[in-house]
Design a protein around this ligand. Structure first.
Ligand code: HEC
Ligand code: HEC
Ligand code: HEC
Ligand code: HEC
Length: 460
């Protein structure tokens, strides 16, 4: 006879079955990413990975064409970005972007049927031109993030005119009680923060604006630091988005015994830090100015432009397309070869040109060191951009050391610093004959940080 207990057991078993059906079936794969004993592991489900691998298959490359021949800018009427490609390479690029962005719609997606190919009548063409510049900017200027892997239109578009992962600013539902009931975007589970009750739009403050991504105070007492619980929750909202976009755990970038400590974080966190800055730039410099170019039907509820986040490129993989380097098949068109992009003025969205006023720049060094630090790299990038904007310009480098300590060693140090900067310029694609090395010098009378430097000057 059925006892009430057996009935209850049966019910429990059914319930447990239902609850577990929502979970992923074991066994997961665990990959150790930190030192032993730190639990710095990434957990993968082999089935999800297999499905992901299929989604991230790379389309066949279009065979290369011979170099040379007349340039696109001399043959066509309205080529503003790809002018320096030979006509054959230009045509190959058009084929490639069609395959990456609009394989079903074809050339007609950007070129109005019946109009000349030079016509800019369709907004899609205007957007595509800006996208070409954006892709070049990523490949040339954001190597600290995208490395030699780089990106193509396919990285985001995957064969569709609209990438699967875009986002809009989301003010959330209006609270009934007006401002008194402001819930800081909470308790409205949103997919972006993995359906938790974390703020529903953690992207606007961090990937469009540059609010500090901080939780932990650095002083014992709250001296003007507003690391409030609210700010912490926004930060965690963003971190959830990041983890989900890359398909990884928090420990992919943090040692969870101290989330804030950079010394204890793996190098992936540095790449992610660069990624955050890159995404901000892409949204502010490339997407936002296109707001009025996009038709209303493409814009968000607030009328804002569709924007980029980590998922737009990564689509759930720790490296987009699991690190397939598609951009290298189109070095000239997509800027993997160009070391910097002279911003071409475009009617719809003028980009600020980098004037020669960017020079001189100064790179400072630590005591006794010739290694270039982050600040210095930025200064060098500025110089590289200025040189790209004016192909006739040359620079001269002067290395300095302060006068404390052994003078011979110091002169040697000043020289090594100048060499380091020269090498960085060369690595960024500046031809050696555009760089002139001056004799190393002392800065008389000082041991100030300013004396340990290299100046990049415009050579006359
Ligand atoms: C995703 C949008 C897009 C698609 C699809 C596309 N194009 Fe283009 N096309 C452009 C853009 C943008 C330019 C301008 C490039 C520039 O300014 O450097 C352009 C320019 C051209 C030009 C130069 C016209 C002139 O006189 O200025 C030709 C030729 C051309 N495309 C051919 C094609 C062909 C053929 C196809 C199909 C295989 C195609 N395009 C598909 C975006 C597209
Ligand atoms: C970093 C990601 C990213 C890359 C790389 C990228 N795009 Fe886009 N693209 C976007 C986003 C985001 C949108 C806005 C989509 C929307 O309308 O919601 C967009 C929109 C477009 C549109 C307008 C589509 C429409 O129907 O409204 C065109 C055309 C386009 N991109 C072409 C290109 C081309 C060509 C390349 C390569 C040269 C490229 N994109 C590279 C992110 C990217
Ligand atoms: C792909 C790398 C990456 C992943 C994955 C990641 N984070 Fe972060 N996290 C960062 C970076 C980069 C920063 C610093 C951002 C900045 O300063 O601009 C950061 C900052 C933080 C901070 C603030 C530390 C401080 O200084 O106060 C916390 C807390 C944090 N993350 C928690 C998490 C949690 C929890 C997860 C998992 C849900 C996670 N992170 C996943 C890269 C990552
Ligand atoms: C424009 C496309 C693009 C966007 C947007 C983007 N990434 Fe990436 N990311 C890449 C590429 C390409 C690589 C591969 C670089 C390489 O091969 O080393 C990469 C690599 C990484 C890595 C290193 C992975 C590893 O195992 O070495 C991390 C971490 C990362 N991205 C985090 C982020 C975060 C966080 C964001 C959002 C703030 C982001 N990315 C946005 C293109 C992108």
């Amino acid at each position: 006879m059925k006892t009430p207990l057996a009935g209850a057991r049966f019910l429990l078993a059914v319930l447990a079955g239902l609850v577990l059906a929502g979970c992923e079936k074991p066994p997961p794969d665990v990959v150790q990413r930190g030192y032993r004993g730190l639990a710095m592991q990434t957990v993968y489900n082999p089935r999800t990975v297999a499905a992901q691998a299929e989604l991230n298959a790379v389309p066949a490359a279009i065979p290369p064409v011979p170099d040379g021949g007349p340039l696109a800018k001399d043959v066509f009427k309205n080529v503003q970005v790809l002018g320096d490609l030979g006509v054959a390479e230009f045509t190959r690029t058009m084929q490639a972007i069609t395959a990456w962005v609009a394989p079903e719609q074809g050339c007609a997606y950007c070129h109005k049927t019946g109009a000349e190919l030079s016509d800019d009548g369709l907004y899609t063409k205007v957007v595509a031109r800006r996208m070409l510049q954006m892709t070049r900017q990523v490949n040339a200027q954001w190597k600290p993030h995208v490395a030699e892997t780089g990106v193509t239109c396919y990285t985001c578009h995957r064969g569709h005119p609209v990438p699967a992962q875009v986002w809009f600013t989301d003010p959330g539902p209006k609270a009934a009680g007006g401002s008194t009931a402001d819930n800081a975007g909470q308790n409205h589970p949103a997919a972006v923060s993995a359906l938790t009750s974390l703020p529903l739009d953690p992207l606007t403050p961090f990937l469009l604006q540059d609010h500090p991504i901080r939780v932990t105070g650095t002083t014992a007492l709250p001296e003007g630091n507003r690391k409030s619980i609210k700010q912490a929750e926004w930060t965690f909202g963003l971190m959830t988005h990041i983890s989900k976009s890359l398909g990884v755990n928090c420990t992919y970038c943090h040692n969870s015994r101290s989330f804030a400590e950079w010394e204890q974080s793996p190098p992936t966190r540095v790449t992610a830090w660069q990624g955050i800055r890159m995404v901000r730039e892409l949204n502010n410099t490339f997407m936002e100015p296109l707001t009025s170019t996009f038709p209303a039907s493409r814009r968000g509820p607030q009328g804002d432009v569709p924007k980029i986040n980590c998922a737009t490129c990564h689509n759930g993989a720790f490296k987009p397309l699991y690190g397939a380097a598609m951009a290298k098949d189109h070095p000239a068109a997509l800027g993997t070869m160009l070391k910097t992009v002279a911003a071409t003025p475009v009617a719809a969205a003028p980009a600020a040109a980098m004037p020669m006023a960017a020079l001189p720049v100064r790179i400072l060094f630590a005591v006794g060191k010739d290694a270039i630090e982050d600040e210095g790299r930025r200064a060098i990038e500025q110089a590289v951009a200025a040189l790209a904007a004016d192909p006739a310009a040359k620079v001269s480098l002067s290395g300095y050391a302060d006068k404390t300590g052994n003078p011979d060693k110091n002169l040697e140090l000043a020289k090594m610093r100048a060499f380091a900067v020269r090498d960085a310029l060369k690595a960024a694609g500046v031809a050696e004959d555009r760089i002139e090395l001056k004799k190393p010098e002392f800065v008389i009378g000082g041991a100030s940080a300013d004396s340990r430097r290299v100046d990049i000057n415009l050579a006359s």
